[in-house]
Design a protein around this ligand. Structure first.
Ligand code: PMT
Length: 223
């Protein structure tokens, strides 16, 4: 089913966590396993798209036939995505990108000392926001990982990032979010519609998201 409907479409997907270095042996990161983003890449590929998957460090294999670009930090992900954005028909930003990084990365291992310590953080670039500013024909899909006020924050993100769709997951709900093989998501679109999906495998969620994007692509070609 739908085997060839994305033939000729170029898709850019980000997945996994980023790592922000403190020194050569330490970093801050998050629990993203890459499963949600990799499922999306596999589904887009299955439907015939040319898929580029920009991925942070994960332990799962890349779907076959997908071009993989490995990155570590938010800055590397920003560069990898921005240089590939113009030729994309749609972009799905599943990656859990760090919002902050250590202000200083030491090039030696920081030695422990007596007493407490602090690390100063600075903001990373917001990739999704930047894409929202630059987009021309691209359909832009972001995720929202929230623990509370999911609907309110998702709707705010949709507008603030100039995205066409936000996939919100309550990452505190059991069976949803980081690391699991399943997810519980709600899709928010620009026309105001909201589609709540039940607990499903990440593969089934991916199929549903790609279906919604295909519908948006068709709508766009009408006018
Ligand atoms: O990888 P898994 O273990 O399968 O888990 C899946 C997931 C929980 C990581 C995924 O479903 C998910 O929610 N991904 C988004 C995580 C996230 O960073 O959410 P956010 O609400 O902080 O960010 C909102 C959006 O902005 C995201 O599309 C994110 O990619 C993007 N962003 C965030 C920060 C930044 N500096 N640049 C960005 O582009």
């Amino acid at each position: 089913n739908q085997a060839n409907q994305l033939n000729g479409k170029k898709v850019l997907i980000t997945a996994g966590p980023t790592r922000e270095k403190i020194d050569p042996v330490r970093f801050i990161s998050n629990h993203s396993s890459g499963k949600m983003g990799y499922a999306l890449a596999a589904e887009a590929k299955r439907q015939g798209a040319d898929v580029v998957l920009v991925s942070g460090p994960v332990q799962i294999p890349a779907p076959s036939g997908v071009e993989i670009v490995k990155v570590e930090s938010a800055e590397e992900m920003y560069n990898a995505v921005l240089t590939r954005f113009d030729s994309a028909d749609f972009v799905i930003k599943t990656a859990a990108v760090a919002d902050y990084r250590p202000k200083i990365t030491h090039d030696y291992k920081v030695k422990k000392q007596a007493g407490d310590t602090t690390i100063e953080f600075e903001r990373t670039k917001d990739i999704l926001f930047e894409l929202g500013q630059r987009k021309t024909k691209q359909i832009l899909v972001g995720f929202a990982a929230e623990t509370n006020n999911v609907e309110e924050y998702a709707r705010k993100k949709l507008l603030a990032k100039n995205a066409d769709m936000i996939v919100a997951n309550n990452v505190k709900a059991s069976g949803a979010g980081f690391g699991t093989d399943t997810n519980i998501v709600t899709l928010f679109k620009r026309n105001g519609t909201m589609t709540e999906l039940p607990l499903m495998s990440k593969t089934a969620v991916a199929e549903k998201i790609i279906e919604e994007i295909t519908a948006l692509l068709k709508e766009m070609n009408k006018d």
